[in-house]
Design a protein around this ligand. Structure first.
Ligand code: AP5
Ligand code: MG
Ligand code: ZN
Length: 227
């Protein structure tokens, strides 16, 4: 597979990840983007960075995110429209967490390279009990945003980030009551996108309830057999 430096714009790979909180989108998006040599665009990470920097976007997003609610569509469409216009996105991108509503999907279609026929949409499927295990055990590095799990993917030293040495914390929206709200938002506003894309893009269901390597193998197969 071509690396970033050699991938040409006509060979662009554009990928959307759909899946409930904890399904493994962020974990797999990082692996796939590195493998393909394209940027990973995570709206959750962009918003958490905006909160840490106390920007106007961060101040608007924070009270919603800490309650598990979605941030308004117009803010997200603007954020992604600016990000996908950057030169590194000419070779494609992995969208982790966008679009999450129908207006966002329609907003994406207005962006350069946003034609859904050019997208692979992965629908990550994981049972609810497993999602709860993953989110309650997840720990996160506020400095470099690396993600760990106390049991499934522990750091080498307890509660210390392998990559940058900072202390790990629990995400404030991983508390159980907030997770319930996030799952509700997904079912109501994001789940309908699977049907929306079925007639417009290549949709692939992924059994996300397996070890990370097995899930990644499925993703690779799907992107490598594309037309
Ligand atoms: P976001 O950060 O996108 O959160 P999310 O969609 O709820 O998803 P998560 O990050 O919780 O889970 P994930 O699927 O990435 O799982 P991960 O790989 O970490 O969004 C946060 C908030 O921002 C939203 O609630 C909303 O408020 C706002 N927002 C973001 N985008 C928005 C948008 N477009 N519109 C409006 N608002 C928006 O894995 C979870 C854990 O499991 C980890 O500990 C990991 O190590 C472990 N794990 C991963 N894979 C496996 C495996 N195969 N086996 C065992 N463990 C695994
Ligand atoms: Mg994530
Ligand atoms: Zn770190």
């Amino acid at each position: 597979m071509a690396a970033a430096s050699t991938r040409a714009a006509h060979d662009a790979v554009r990928v959307i990840f759909l899946g409930r909180p904890g399904a493994g989108k962020g974990t797999q998006a990082a692996l796939l983007a590195t493998h393909l040599g394209v940027p990973r665009i995570s709206t959750g990470e962009m918003l958490r960075t905006a909160i840490a920097k106390n920007t106007p976007l961060g101040r608007e997003a924070h009270p919603l995110m800490e309650k598990g609610r979605l941030v308004p569509d117009d803010l997200l469409v603007k954020l992604i429209s600016e990000r996908t216009a950057e030169v590194d996105c000419r070779v494609g991108f992995v969208l982790d967490g966008f679009p999450r509503t129908l207006p966002q999907a329609k907003g994406l279609e207005q962006m350069p390279g946003g034609d859904p026929r050019g997208f692979i949409v992965f629908d990550f499927q994981v049972p609810r009990e497993e999602l709860m295990r993953r989110l309650s055990g997840r720990r996160w590095c506020p400095s470099c945003q690396a993600t760990y799990h106390l049991t499934y993917n522990p750091p080498r030293r307890a509660m210390i980030c392998d990559s940058c040495g900072s202390g790990l914390v629990q995400r404030e929206d991983d508390l159980e009551a907030v997770v319930e709200r996030r799952l509700g938002e997904y079912d109501e506003r994001t789940f309908p996108l699977i049907e929306y894309y079925r007639s417009r893009a290549r949709v692939r269901a992924i059994d996300g309830n397996r070890p990370q390597d097995a899930v990644f193998e499925d993703l690779l197969q799907a992107v490598e057999v594309r037309a």
